[in-house]
Design a protein around this ligand. Structure first.
Ligand SMILES: Nc1ncnc2c1ncn2[C@@H]1O[C@H](COP(=O)(O)OP(=O)(O)OP(=O)(O)O)[C@@H](O)[C@H]1O
Ligand SMILES: [Mg+2]
Length: 337
């Protein structure tokens, strides 16, 4: 049977009202020559957190621009917060918040944190007193513990504090969906985790659906779903646990330590052993083997001995998202930086 062609006004048959984000078969080109997004399809339910991971130029910000209706897609279907992103853009703007990639684009550095919130809150016709009450509540969750810090011009705040002011501005209209373009970039590891923990608190307290763009795999622990992007194409998409379980043997791996000999030099032969699908380097003389069947371990160990690789120890280990990323993401970790 021939499938029915969708009109621009039709709601896509796969869409459900539980979803705050919905993209199907989206292609984008800025200049009508180079396609920068190829066939992107994703969805996310209300209250969930989506992570967009990929190297520079992979299309992360472009996906945000599509979902917020800042650009038109070349082809495909997009719906955010149950609005047509182009036709109902006025309605959409009131239902979303946006924290841009560089906070200096969103903040007035001479103004303090509260003044920034009041300034941007007025765009949504919110009463200044109401904005102040909301802002104080948000800053409390974001860990701004004293009044003095709220009164200090933004230019005299630290990098992590500026990020949090930028997040507060994005939240001032109590959006259904908050888009955060690299909220942790440029922060040291300790601050990156603290910003992510603050975001999780906001998500839990207000039920805000979130999209977090990042170069760092550490966001995965906070995400209900992740998208891995490589040159405008999705090389991974789904719930982190399900992605890990999609690896051989449901994501269970064999961690093996060999004695004295550098296994790297025998890698090609190891990969040819029957039952081994993938091998990852797991440290000095340590390998992580992904096997088709963990019941075949003893025959695999026999092959190691035959190759003069003396196995010192082995154990069954759980695969991690990092393993999934290294094996299936199609992006090298170095390219994320
Ligand atoms: N306004 C634009 N006009 C033309 N091409 C653009 C424009 N913005 C982005 N591009 C191109 O589209 C591709 C995707 O860019 P995008 O900004 O979405 O990447 P990104 O993943 O957000 O990168 P980064 O991590 O550096 O922010 C890149 O090849 C980029 O050069
Ligand atoms: Mg970007």
């Amino acid at each position: 049977m021939k499938s029915k062609r969708l009109n621009k006004t039709d709601i896509h048959p796969d869409f459900s009202e539980e979803m705050d984000l919905f993209m199907r078969n989206v292609y984008v080109s800025y200049d009508k020559k180079k396609i920068v997004l190829h066939n992107i399809s994703l969805d996310l339910n209300k209250g969930e957190i989506l992570g967009l991971i990929g190297g520079s130029g992979s299309g992360k910000s472009t996906i945000l621009r599509c979902l917020t209706g800042q650009i038109r897609t070349h082809r495909g279907y997009v719906r955010t917060a149950n609005c047509d992103v182009i036709k109902n853009n006025d309605e959409l703007v009131n239902k979303i918040g946006y924290v841009p990639q560089l906070e200096y684009l969103s903040l007035y550095y001479e103004f303090n944190a509260l003044e920034n919130c009041i300034f941007f809150g007025r765009n949504y016709q919110i009463d200044p007193e109401e904005i102040k009450t909301r802002a104080r509540r948000i800053f409390e969750i974001l860990g701004f513990e004293n009044e003095a810090i709220l009164q200090r011009p933004v230019k005299r705040l630290s990098g992590g504090e500026k990020k949090r002011v930028s997040i507060a501005v994005g939240l001032i209209n109590t959006p259904d969906v908050l888009f955060l373009d690299e909220p942790t970039t440029g922060l040291d590891p300790h601050l990156r985790i603290s910003v992510l923990n603050f975001l999780l608190k906001i998500n839990r307290e207000f039920g805000t659906t979130m999209v977090i763009v990042s170069h760092d795999l550490e966001i995965v622990d906070y995400c209900s779903k992740v998208v891995i992007l490589n040159h405008g194409r999705m090389t991974g998409y789904g719930r982190p646990v399900e992605l890990i379980e999609s690896l051989p043997s449901g994501g269970r791996a064999v961690l093996i330590e060999v004695e004295n000999i550098d296994p790297e030099r025998k890698m090609e032969r190891i990969l040819r052993i029957d039952g081994i699908e993938y091998v990852l380097n797991a440290g000095r003389n340590k390998l992580k083997l992904f096997v088709t069947d963990t019941g075949k371990i003893s025959t695999i160990l026999d092959r190691f001995y035959e190759m003069n690789l003396n196995v010192k120890s082995f154990s069954i280990d759980k695969g991690t998202f990092l393993d999934y990323f290294r094996l299936r993401g199609g992006v090298s970790i170095g390219d994320l930086e």
